[in-house]
Design a protein around this ligand. Structure first.
Ligand code: SF4
Ligand code: MG
Length: 328
């Protein structure tokens, strides 16, 4: 099927201010050359530790933060060079769901008013039905009741608030939803309900998801394909099955080894990663993972590994694969 999103060598650097006069001293390379494609109706999970750049990647794609370089083609149109007025029109086709919907829901407005505002924008503004009817339909789509319409955000639980956040995001019938840690603040029992809701909505509305989480269990639940990020780069990307059955990158292998196994007879070794994620202001030379990698070789300390397609749609950036010549 067709690509909805093609991201090529995306970079988002933030200047670091230092000194009395606010002069710039280097950059934080939050996103440092990210490339991937997302097919219509697909869910790509982006997983990585905090500070790896996954959130900034999502926001850079939506142009909520300005990328420094690279290309983001959405439905065939380049977003990075797009004039602001045109971008504003595109915005309703690309929605974001946040970890904490509460902070983005106006506490003085009822849910009905919040959703009516969303319904008045984008492609749905020409729907001739009475607004009340459309609000109630939206509530029922996300598993809320008509009685919820006239309540205020503070009257809801965390899970219900996330349902309101989702209702607002789908009100405009977007094509792409970037979900940024949408269940991380919720109890585990509620997490599955919200993930299942997102799955149902995807099937019903043909939505495409970029789903960002630090939690590999959550990522496994929701994703078709998975990208593993480390220090601003994707180190491995594959469909869910091959990533879990044949993880190639030592970092992916460590992440997967930390996820509880459903079948306890299939015992596996837990790979414990030493050290913290280094600062993206001063990433290690060569492979950024080398200070924590138990397979690190000399070349890893000097040469940055390039992305290598190992099997169909299974891409890894690591010197253990391919020949060193190609990595120069
Ligand atoms: Fe480890 Fe080297 Fe592969 Fe980096 S390139 S993950 S340091 S083996
Ligand atoms: Mg799905």
């Amino acid at each position: 099927s067709e690509n909805l999103l093609v991201v090529d060598n995306l970079k988002t650097y933030f200047p670091m201010k230092k000194g009395l006069f606010g002069q710039t001293s280097g950059h934080i390379k939050a996103v440092d050359g990210v490339s991937f494609q997302l097919k219509k109706g697909e869910t790509l999970g982006i997983v990585g530790e905090s500070g790896c750049g996954k959130s900034t990647t999502g926001r850079s794609i939506l142009q909520l933060v300005k990328p420094s370089d690279g290309s983001v083609r959405f439905d065939g149109e380049e977003l990075i060079s797009m004039p602001e007025a045109k971008l504003r029109n595109m915005r309703s086709q690309m929605q974001i769901i946040f970890q904490d919907p509460y902070s983005s829901l106006n506490p003085r407005l009822t849910v009905s008013t919040i959703l009516a505002e969303a319904l008045s924008a984008g492609a749905t503004q020409t729907d001739p039905r009475p607004m009340r009817e459309r609000v109630l339909e939206l509530l029922s789509l996300v598993g809320l009741n008509p009685q919820h319409a006239d309540r205020y955000p503070h009257e809801f639980s965390g899970g219900q608030r996330q349902r309101i956040g989702i209702a607002r995001a789908i009100a405009v019938k977007p094509k792409l939803i970037v979900a940024d840690e949408p269940v991380s603040a919720l109890d585990v029992s509620i997490q599955a309900q919200i993930l299942n809701l997102l799955d149902e909505l995807q099937d019903d509305m043909g939505l495409t998801y970029l789903f960002i989480s630090h939690d590999l269990g959550v990522i496994r639940h929701i994703s078709d394909r998975i990208a593993v990020m480390y220090l601003g780069r994707i180190v491995e990307i594959a469909d869910k099955k091959s990533l879990f059955e044949r993880p190639l990158h030592p970092y992916t292998q460590a992440l997967i080894s930390a996820v509880p196994v459903p079948n306890p007879e299939k015992k596996k070794e837990r790979i414990v990663l030493g050290g913290d994620v280094p600062s993206p202001a001063n990433p290690p030379v060569g492979c950024a993972f080398h200070p924590r990698c138990r397979h690190a070789m000399d070349i890893c300390r000097t040469v940055r590994p390039t992305e290598l397609e190992m099997n169909q749609d299974h891409v890894v950036a690591c010197h253990l694969y391919g020949d060193d010549e190609r990595s120069k």
